[in-house]
Each structure stands twice: as C-alpha cells, then as structure tokens.
Design a binder for this molecule. Structure first.
Ligand SMILES: [Zn+2]
Ligand SMILES: [Zn+2]
Ligand SMILES: [Zn+2]
Length: 383
C-alpha cells in the first residue's frame, strides 16, 4: 500500500492517500489493526493528505487542469454553494469587504433565508485558487507581529532625538510675493493668514506654497524635519516598524460569466436538495450524522418514516473513481443510515460500481444533477 512520494500531481496523490486512509479505517473497523498502530498510521496519512491538498491548491493557480478538478470538488461543498448562489442572485456583482471595529474584513452575503451571513476569507481564497472567483486587491492592513491582530495598531510619529510622540508637526509655507518662509502658525491670525514680514493678507492658495513640515518635540525641544515613523499595538503594548509588521492583502471578489455558467451546471447538491424537498422530504445538507465514535458528514441526508437515507454526490469530467465510494462505505460503518445512495455525475468507473454493489451501496448516475436527482427520488420513493 505504499504511495509514491514523488507523484507529480498532488491531487492524484491526495486521492491515493485518501483511499489508503479509507482502507486503513476499514481494516481497523474489522479489528485487523491495533488501536495504537491505527492511531499512528492514520495521523501520518492525514498529515500527508493535508500537505498534498494545500500543494494542489497552490498548483491550481498555474495549472488549469488541476484547477478544474478542484473546482468540481468544490461545487459539492455547501459553503462554496452558498457563495456561488449569492453571486448568481446578484448577477455577479463584486463582493467587497466591510471593516468592523476589529478592522478585520468581513464579506457579508445574503443567505437563502434572507439573513446576512459572513463568508470566511479562507473560503474565498480557496475559491480564488481554483478559479471560481477572481480577486482584486482592495486594501492592505497592517497586523501586529506579536499578537497578529490589526485591531489596535496605531501609526506613530516620534521625536528623532528622544523618541517622544509628543511632537508638534508644523507646515512651512513660503509667501511667494516677498519670499518669506515661516511656520504656518506665524502666518495665522484667527481665520486668516497674514505674512509676518510684509503684513499682506494672503487671500488665495496661489499666493503661497507649502515647503514641507518642521517638527518640534514638546519633551526635549528638538527640531527636525522628518519624524521617525513606527507602529504601536495597544492590544499587546508592543512597538514595531514596517519591516517587522505583517502586511495582509485584502481582496474583493467577483465571478466571471464563464464561472457562473460552469457553476450553474455543477451545483448538484443544491439541485438534489430542491428536488427532494419539493416532494416533501425532509433534507439536511450537509448531512451530519452521529456515529459510534465521531460525527460523519454526507453530501445530504433525507428522512422517511422507514429510515434515514445517506446520499453522497460526486462529479467528474470523465468517470467518478472508487475513492469517494470507499469513503461512503467507511462512513456507513461509523454511522448507520438505513440506506446509502451514491450519486455520480456523469457515471462511476467500473471498479467503483463493483465496490458499490459489494457493499450494498445503491447508485444513481446521470449527466446532470437533475437527472441524478430524479433517479435518487425514484429509489427513495420505492423504499
Ligand atoms: Zn499586538
Ligand atoms: Zn524629543
Ligand atoms: Zn510677505
């Protein structure tokens, strides 16, 4: 069961590792593995799965085929669907961040029931990695390097001599008529500016020009032109400079017409949920079910008086391979739904079909989510 570490394609490696894990869990369920042994092996596998997955997302930025394969998987994720549906409803209008008192960006979208929910930035980044959404730089935020928070970071101007922040920043202006250069305060008489040398009233901004600023320290009386700039985090009371601060890019997100069209075709779970609900079935998506030792998550769960139906959906551009079927089987060992149905768009591979029938998993295949949904409905209604 060794997996080549050198597999060029991290997504394939990810899938191989996932099926290795599924096999391992199966062996453990059949008591062919000691708990300690299972513990160590499954932890190692899970770490490698995570590594391969993040590698795949990094590669997706440059590799179209990996991006496409990852998109197909993401369309099955209810959180991703919620964001896509927001874009569908708003006709692809750009989603811009809002900044609360904590200065962290929030991305509010309208959820199905009309309430506003905030989308995780990490989810939007993931969707941008695979090309479902496009990102545009919106703002940059400085985070404290010590506590990692941006919420209480203040820009400081300090005395070059003693470091005090108690400095006066004075604008220097030149009276163009007589050439007098002085601090603005020397010109200021009430609301007016009057030249301290020639006593002329300055009536418009074209009569003088701004030369620069001169700072004076109220602590040590030093004079200087450019104050030292630094940042201070009031949350953890630490001071830092720009090179050590963490600059975080904040993006706005949009969906192109092409992406919207592709997403429409693949919003399988959503389509299936609607079909089942229209027939009066209670449906939960994602279908979280308590198991013997942990919760498991199916694409959706449908309920009937005669039992609970667990449904997993998977789509591929060619054939759905055996791994997601094995995953469903492992979940069935943990939680025990009455019936398990695997929905495949467009179809299962030969081996995947064999595995499904071996483990009494019913199969519904079709070229669109609607087609699969109708077949699943038939199966459920016959139960
Ligand atoms: Zn801090
Ligand atoms: Zn000073
Ligand atoms: Zn003058």
């Amino acid at each position: 069961m060794a997996t080549a570490e050198s597999t060029a394609d991290p997504l394939t490696e990810h899938d191989n590792l996932t099926s290795e894990l599924a096999n391992l869990e199966k062996q453990f369920a059949e008591r062919k593995l000691k708990p300690e042994e299972f513990e160590v092996l499954s932890r190692q596998l899970k770490e490698r799965i995570l590594r391969a997955e993040s590698q795949a997302y990094v590669m997706a930025r440059k590799d179209d085929s990996i991006a496409k394969r990852l998109r197909l998987r993401n369309y099955n994720d209810p959180a991703v669907q919620q964001v896509i549906e927001h874009f569908l409803r708003s006709n692809g209008k750009t989603l811009e961040p809002e900044f609360g008192a904590d200065r962290l960006p929030k991305y509010p979208i309208q959820a199905e029931a009309g309430e506003r929910v905030s989308v995780d930035r990490s989810l939007l980044l993931r969707m941008a990695d695979v090309g479902i959404v496009t990102e545009t730089l919106f703002e940059r935020i400085l985070h404290c390097p010590r506590c990692a928070s941006p919420s209480n970071v203040f820009l400081r101007f300090k005395c070059t001599q003693c470091g005090s922040i108690d400095i006066s920043i004075n604008r220097m202006i030149e009276h163009l008529h007589c050439g007098t250069i002085h601090q603005e305060s020397a010109f200021r008489v009430g609301k007016n500016l009057i030249c301290p040398t020639c006593k002329k009233l300055l009536q418009s901004a074209s009569e003088y020009r701004l030369i620069g600023v001169v700072c004076s320290c109220n602590s040590c009386r030093a004079h200087f032109e450019d104050p030292v700039e630094s940042f201070f985090c009031r949350k953890c009371m630490s001071e830092f400079e720009l090179p050590t601060g963490i600059v975080v890019d904040v993006f706005s997100y949009a969906m192109s017409k092409n992406s919207l069209n592709e997403a429409r075709r693949f919003l399988g779970v959503h389509a299936l949920t609607s079909i089942l609900r229209e027939r009066g079935f209670e449906v939960k998506s994602p279908g979280v079910m308590g198991g013997q030792t942990k919760e498991v998550v199916f694409s959706l769960l449908a309920y009937k008086e005669t039992g609970t139906i667990a449904i997993d959906l998977s789509q591929s551009d060619t054939e759905v391979e055996v791994e997601p079927v094995l995953e469903l089987y492992v979940k069935m060992l943990e939680a025990t739904p009455t019936v398990a149905i695997f929905g495949a768009i467009p179809r299962l591979s030969r081996r995947a079909r064999d595995v499904a029938s071996l483990h009494h998993i019913l199969v519904a295949q079709g070229s669109t989510p609607n087609e699969v949904g109708k077949k699943i409905l038939e199966i459920i209604e016959q139960m």
